[in-house]
Design a protein around this ligand. Structure first.
Ligand code: GLC
Length: 811
C-alpha cells in the first residue's frame, strides 16, 4: 500500500511508465433505465443505481463487464423501478431523488452528492476520484474540515476513526491490544458526520480492503481493495440512526434470539469431563447465581473431530444434557470449521466423497493445520456444503445441544496464512481465497443458521461467532475474541461493542473477566458489572487459567457478582424489548452517546465513549479501572435519575459520582420507562406474575414494550404483544396510560408494580378513576394500593394487570 503514494506523483510525470495505473477518465456514453443509469467511461464502466430515495449505489469496473456473482453481504433486492429524475447539462449529468441530488461531472468523471437543498454532503476528490492500479481499486473522497468517521466493525481503538488507516482481513490475533488491526470481523461500512449530519458508505467488496480516514494527509480519505469492483453504497441520514437502519436494510437485521440467551452464560476452555460440567452447573444453583448456559470448548470432541463426542470424557452426552436441561441449563458446543483429514472419520469421508472441501488449483484437497492437526476446510460458498454442514449439526441437536459457537472461522490456521490460491465455488462463479477469506465465517454462520432452522423449524437456537463480515448480524451473535484480563481490555470491552453496534451488529459481547490471564477480584467485578449491560453476557477463559466462575472467588466477590447477575435477570423485559427494537431497526442495543444525542458535542468526546446508553432510557457508566471508586461521566440534556443514589441530576453536565466496588452508575432518562421483573435462577424458572415498571416522570413521554414466548418463531405469525405506556406530568398531576397495541400473546401477567421515581408524597392516587388506598406497610396483599417511600422519594403503585389502564396521581 505504501507503494501507491509514491506511484501517483511519478505517474503524473511519466504516465507511460505506469501503464497499470488508470483513472476512470471521462464519460463517453450513457443509458438511462427505470432504476439506474449506466455510463461508459474512458477506462471503466459505471452504474449508478437508485436503491432508495436516500440510498445510491455506485459501481465501477475496469474489467469490461460487471461480475454476475451475487453479493454475500447484501440481501436487499434492488427494486426494478425507482422514482428519480435524470438530466444532462453541458458539463455534467444530474440524478435527483426526493432527498439527494447527485452531480456526475463529465470530464473527468467525478461524483458530488448534495441533499435536496444543495448542501454538499460528499464528493470525490477532484484529482484522484476513482482509480485502478492493475487489480487494485480505490475511491478518493474529499476530506472536509471537522468531518468525523465512525464504524468499520471490530476495531479496537477508540470510536473516532479519523487519522488512521484500517484493513479488512479477518485475523485471529490472541491477546490483541488497542493498536492491533485487523481483527476477527471485517465490516467495510463507515459513517461520516459533519455539522452533526450523517451519511454512510458501505463498500461491498470482500477482498482485503483498506480505509484511510485521513491518515497522514488532510486532503482526502480513501477506501479501496486489492481486487474486485469499486462497488459502494452511499446512504444519507442525516440522522446517524437512519444511516444504520438503511445499512441494515441492505445487509439484514438480527433475528429475535431465544430469551434464555440474554441470561448469563458460563464458559471456559474447557469444562470436562461430565462430572465437572455437572459440578459447575450445580454450583450456580447452590449459590443461587443465575445462569442459563454452559459452554463446551474443543475438548468435548473425539480428537477435535467436529460432530463427535469424546466418549471417555462424556460417556452419555444426551443424558447429561437432559439432566442439565431439567435444572435450567442449555449446553452450547464450540464448532470449528476444520474437519480432521482422517480417512476413517465420517465427516472427512463424506466431504471428500462429495467434493465439499476447498481445493488447490490442481484439484487436490487443501489441508491446513488447526486443533485436530491436518484438516480439510468446508467450502461454505457451495450450496451443497452449506446443506451438508447443516445436516451434520443435527447430530448434536439430537443430543440436545441448543447453541453453536463458531470459532477459528477467519479461517485461522497455524502459521496464520491460509494459501491465497485455494479455490472456492463462489456460488458457481469460482474464486480464490483472496475473495472468500473475509466471508468464510459469514457463510459458515449461514450454514449453521439454516441447518438449525431446518432441523428445528419452530425453536430458536443461539449462534455465536468469532469472525464475520457485513451481514453477520442476520445469523449470529459476535464476541470480541481472545481478550486479556487487564484494564486496557476492560476499556475495550466498553468501546468495541459500541463500535460493532454502530456497524450493524447489535448482539455483541466480550469474554467477561478476560480470556487470557488472571483478573484481580476487583477487575473481575468491574468487568462483570459492564458485561451485565452488554447484549451478550458470557464469561470465558483460557486453558490452564485459574477458575473464573463467580463462586471461584472470595465470598464477598461472589456475592457482589451474584447481585450483578441478578440485576441483569430483573432487567430482562427491558433488554428483550431492545433486542426486538434492534430486530426491527438494526440499531445497536448498547448505544454510543452520540447516537442518541447527535447534536451534543460532548457526546463525541473520548470520555463519553466510556459510558453508553442501553436502549434509550438507561445510561450506564461503568467503572473501567480496578482501583477507582468513582466515575466521571456526561449526562446529556434533560434530567436524569441516579439509580444508586435515588436522586436527580440536571443534564448537559459532566459529573463525578461515587462508585464503590458494589456499584456501577446507572441513570434513568427523564420520561424513561424501564420494565423489570423478579429474579430467577434461569429464564423460565418461575411463572412471572408481575411486571415492575420504573418511571422517572416527565412532561410527556411514551414507551412500547414487546413480549412473546421467547423461544419459538410463533411471533412471526402474530403471536406477540405490544403494550404502549404513556405519561404526562403537568399541574402536579401525573397521568399514566397503558394500552395493548397488539394482543397476539398472553403474557401471563397478573399485576403491575409501578415505581414512580423522584416524586413527593401523593395527595391521591386513582386507578381507572377509582381512588386507591395507601398501603402503609408496603406489603401489598391485594392489588390497587399504593405506598410512598419517603426516604427514597419513590411512589409504589400496585395494580391489577389489564390491557387498558389509567393511573392518575395528584401531588
Ligand atoms: C480460540 C477461541 C477461544 C477458545 C479457544 C479454544 O482461542 O478464541 O475462545 O477457547 O480457541 O477453542
Amino acid at each position: 500500500m505504501v507503494k501507491y503514494s509514491i506511484i501517483i506523483p511519478m505517474f503524473l510525470c511519466f504516465s507511460t511508465l505506469y501503464a497499470g495505473f488508470t483513472f476512470v477518465g471521462k464519460i463517453k456514453n450513457y443509458n438511462v433505465f427505470p432504476n439506474k443509469v449506466e455510463f461508459t467511461l474512458t477506462n471503466a464502466n459505471l452504474i449508478i443505481y437508485v436503491v432508495d430515495q436516500n440510498i445510491l449505489r455506485f459501481r465501477y469496473t475496469n474489467q469490461g463487464e460487471f461480475s454476475n456473482a451475487p453479493s454475500y453481504a447484501v440481501i436487499f433486492q434492488q427494486p426494478e423501478k425507482v422514482n428519480f429524475l435524470f438530466n444532462e447539462e453541458s458539463d455534467k449529468f444530474v440524478i435527483k431523488t426526493t432527498e439527494l441530488i447527485v452531480q456526475i461531472k463529465k470530464d473527468p468523471c467525478r461524483i458530488s452528492i448534495f441533499d435536496n437543498k444543495m448542501n454538499l454532503l460528499n464528493k470525490d476528490d477532484e484529482y484522484y476520484g476513482v482509480s485502478f492500479d492493475n487489480d487494485e481499486v480505490r475511491c478518493f473522497k474529499k476530506l472536509f474540515d471537522g468531518e468525523k468517521f465512525y464504524g468499520l466493525g471490530e476495531k479496537s481503538d477508540q470510536l473516532l476513526k479519523n487519522g488512521n488507516q484500517y484493513t479488512m482481513w479477518n485475523s485471529d490475533f490472541p491477546a490483541y491490544n488497542s493498536k492491533r488491526d485487523p481483527l476477527y470481523v471485517s465490516i467495510p461500512f463507515f459513517i461520516g458526520i459533519r455539522n452533526y449530519r450523517a451519511y454512510g458508505i458501505f463498500f461491498d467488496n470482500t477482498y482485503k480492503s483498506y480505509f484511510n480516514m485521513g491518515a497522514s494527509n488532510k486532503e482526502f480519505y480513501w477506501f479501496g481493495a486489492d481486487k474486485g469492483e469499486m462497488d459502494y453504497y452511499f446512504i444519507y441520514g442525516p440522522q446517524i440512526k437512519r444511516v444504520i437502519t438503511s445499512y441494515t436494510m441492505l445487509t439484514g437485521k438480527i433475528e429475535l434470539p431465544p430469551l434464555w440467551s440474554l441470561g448469563y452464560q458460563q464458559s471456559r476452555w474447557s469444562y470436562y469431563p461430565e462430572t465437572t460440567v455437572r459440578r459447575i452447573a450445580q454450583s450456580f444453583r447452590d449459590y443461587e447465581i443465575p445462569c442459563d448456559a454452559i459452554y463446551l470448548d474443543i475438548d468435548y470432541m473425539d480428537g477435535y473431530r467436529v460432530f463427535t463426542w469424546d466418549k471417555e470424557k462424556f460417556p452419555n452426552p444426551t443424558k447429561m444434557i437432559n439432566d442439565l436441561k431439567a435444572k435450567g441449563f442449555k449446553l452450547i458446543t464450540i464448532i470449528d470449521p476444520g474437519v480432521k483429514a482422517d480417512t476413517e472419520y465420517f465427516a472427512a469421508k463424506e466431504g471428500v466423497e462429495n467434493d465439499l472441501f476447498v481445493k488447490y488449483p490442481n484439484g487436490k484437497f487443501y489441508e491446513g493445520q488447526v486443533w485436530p492437526s491436518w484438516s480439510y476446510f468446508p467450502d461454505f460458498t457451495y450450496d451443497k456444503t452449506i446443506n451438508w454442514w447443516g445436516d451434520k449439526l443435527s447430530i448434536l441437536l439430537k443430543d440436545g445441544i441448543e447453541g453453536f459457537w463458531n470459532d477459528m472461522n477467519e479461517p485461522a490456521v497455524w502459521g496464520q496464512a491460509f494459501p491465497d490460491i485455494v479455490q472456492f465455488s463462489d456460488n458457481g462463479f469460482g474464486a480464490d481465497h483472496k475473495k472468500i477469506h473475509n466471508v468464510y465465517a459469514l457463510q459458515m454462520a449461514k450454514a449453521t443458521r439454516e441447518g438449525v432452522r431446518k432441523y428445528s423449524p419452530n425453536k430458536r437456537h443461539f449462534i455465536l461467532t468469532r469472525a464475520g463480515f457485513s451481514g453477520i448480524q442476520r445469523y449470529s451473535a459476535v464476541w470480541t475474541g481472545d481478550s486479556e484480563s487487564n484494564e486496557e481490555h476492560l476499556k475495550l470491552a466498553c468501546i468495541m461493542p459500541q463500535n460493532l453496534g454502530l456497524s450493524g451488529v447489535p448482539f455483541i459481547g466480550t469474554d467477561v473477566g478476560g480470556f487470557i490471564g488472571e483478573p484481580t477480584a476487583r477487575l473481575y467485578v468491574r468487568w462483570m458489572q459492564l458485561g451485565s449491560f452488554t447484549p451478550f453476557f458470557r464469561a470465558h477463559s483460557e486453558f490452564n487459567s485459574r477458575a473464573k466462575e463467580p463462586f471461584a472467588f472470595d465470598p464477598n466477590t461472589r456475592s457482589l457478582v451474584r447481585d450483578i447477575i441478578r440485576f441483569r435477570y430483573q432487567l430482562l423485559p427491558y433488554l428483550y424489548n431492545e433486542f426486538y427494537n434492534a430486530s426491527v431497526t438494526g440499531l445497536p442495543i448498547m448505544k454510543p452517546m452520540f447516537l442518541n444525542y447527535q447534536n451534543d458535542e460532548n457526546c463525541y468526546s473520548y470520555d463519553s465513549q466510556l459510558q453508553f446508553m442501553l436502549g434509550d432510557n438507561l445510561l450506564i457508566a461503568p467503572v473501567l479501572s480496578s482501583t477507582d471508586n468513582f466515575k466521571k461521566l456526561y449526562l446529556p440534556g434533560g434530567k436524569w435519575y441516579s439509580f444508586n443514589e435515588n436522586k436527580t441530576y440536571d443534564g448537559s453536565n459532566w459529573i463525578i459520582v461515587n462508585a464503590p466496588i458494589e456499584q456501577i452508575p446507572i441513570f434513568i432518562r427523564q420520561g424513561g420507562f424501564v420494565p423489570m421483573q423478579d429474579v430467577q435462577n434461569f429464564v423460565g424458572e418461575k411463572k412471572i406474575d408481575e411486571l415492575q415498571v420504573l418511571l422517572f416522570p416527565s412532561p410527556k413521554s411514551e414507551y412500547q414494550l414487546y413480549q412473546d414466548d421467547g423461544i419459538s418463531y410463533d411471533y412471526t405469525s402474530g403471536k406477540y404483544s405490544i403494550t404502549k405506556f404513556s405519561e404526562e406530568l403537568s399541574n402536579n398531576k401525573l397521568k399514566i396510560h397503558i394500552t395493548t397495541e397488539h394482543d397476539g400473546y398472553n403474557t401471563g401477567l397478573k399485576n403491575y408494580l409501578f415505581k414512580i421515581l423522584a416524586v413527593s408524597a401523593p395527595k391521591a392516587v386513582y386507578v381507572n378513576n377509582e381512588r386507591i388506598s395507601d398501603n402503609k406497610k408496603n406489603d401489598y396483599k391485594t392489588n390497587n394500593q399504593f405506598n410512598f417511600d419517603k426516604e427514597k422519594s419513590i411512589l409504589n403503585i400496585k395494580t391489577n394487570y389489564s390491557k387498558k389502564l389509567e393511573i392518575q396521581i395528584e401531588f
